[in-house]
Design a protein around this ligand. Structure first.
Ligand code: FPP
Length: 229
C-alpha cells in the first residue's frame, strides 16, 4: 500500500501552564521551555525531506484575554526567540513566515518579524509558519473581503485556498498536545481533510522522538478524501 504523504504539518502547542504548575514554577517558565521545543521540532522537520511546511499556533486572537503580564511576556519571548533562532533558521535552511494579523503588535516586534521573514526568504528546506494573533475565522473573512474588494462577485474553493496566508494551504496532519481535543479556531479552512492526532504529552515535554512515532502512525492511516479507499 502507498504510504501517505506528509507535506504540511500543523501543531497546537498546549500545556505550557500545566507543565510549569506541576513543577511549582511560574507559567512563564513553561512558555520558555515551550519555545525551545519549537526550535527542536522545526530542526527535525527541516531534516525530513518530505515535510515542506510546519505551522505552529503560537498566539491566538483569543490569547489577548490572558493576564496583561503573561501577554507581555509572550511578546518579549517571541522577540527574543526570533532574534536567537535566526542562526537556526539559516543553518537549517528554514524560511520563517508569520500568519495572522501582526498589526496589533508593537512596532519593534513587527520589525523583528518582517526582518526575520526577509532574512530567511531564500531558504528552501522548510517553511516554518508561526500563527501570531491568528484566528481561522478571521483569516477566512479577510480573504473573502480582499477578493470582494478586487471585484470578485462569486467565489470558488480555489479562489479562497490560493489567497489564504498559508502558501501550502491543505494540512496533512494536525497534532495537539496536552490531551485537549479541539481545534480552537486554528486553520479552519486548511484542516478540512487533515488527520488529527491528540497526545497527552504537555508541549514542553514534546520531543522529536514522539513526533517521529506519530508520523509513523500517521503513515499507516487511510485517507479517502470523501471517496473510497
Ligand atoms: C499553550 O499553553 C501555549 C500557548 C499560549 C501558545 C504557545 C506558546 C509558546 C510555545 C511560547 C513560546 C512561543 C514562541 C513563538 C516564542 P497554555 O499556557 O495554554 O497551557 P495550559 O493550558 O497548561 O495553561
Amino acid at each position: 500500500m502507498k504510504e501517505l504523504a506528509l507535506k504540511h504539518l500543523a501543531i497546537i502547542m498546549d500545556g505550557n501552564g500545566r507543565w510549569a504548575k506541576e513543577r511549582g514554577l511560574s507559567r512563564t517558565k513553561g512558555h520558555e521551555k515551550g519555545a525551545n521545543v519549537i526550535r527542536d521540532i522545526t530542526t527535525y522537520c527541516a531534516k525530513d525531506p518530505e515535510i515542506e511546511s510546519v505551522t505552529f499556533y503560537a498566539f491566538s486572537t483569543e490569547n489577548w484575554k490572558r493576564p496583561k503580564l503573561e501577554v507581555e511576556f509572550l511578546m518579549k519571548l517571541l522577540d527574543s526567540y526570533l532574534k536567537k533562532e535566526l542562526k537556526t533558521y539559516q543553518d537549517n535552511g528554514v524560511r520563517f513566515q508569520a500568519i495572522g494579523d501582526i498589526n496589533a503588535f508593537s512596532a519593534k516586534l513587527q520589525k523583528r518579524i518582517q526582518d526575520t521573514q526577509d532574512a530567511t526568504k531564500e531558504n528552501t528546506n522548510l517553511t516554518q509558519m508561526l500563527a501570531l494573533n491568528y484566528g481561522g475565522r478571521a483569516e477566512i473573512i479577510t480573504t473573502v473581503n480582499a477578493l470582494i474588494a478586487k471585484g470578485k462577485m462569486i467565489l470558488n474553493e480555489d479562489d479562497i485556498s490560493t489567497h489564504l496566508q498559508t502558501p501550502y494551504s491543505d494540512i496533512d496532519l494536525l497534532i495537539r498536545t496536552s490531551g485537549e481535543e479541539r481545534i480552537s479556531n486554528f486553520l479552519l479552512w486548511q484542516l478540512s481533510y487533515a488527520e488529527f492526532y491528540f497526545t497527552q504529552t504537555l508541549w514542553p515535554d514534546f520531543t522529536a522522538k514522539e513526533l517521529k512515532d506519530i508520523i509513523s502512525q500517521y503513515k499507516t492511516r487511510t485517507r479517502k478524501f470523501g471517496g473510497l479507499a
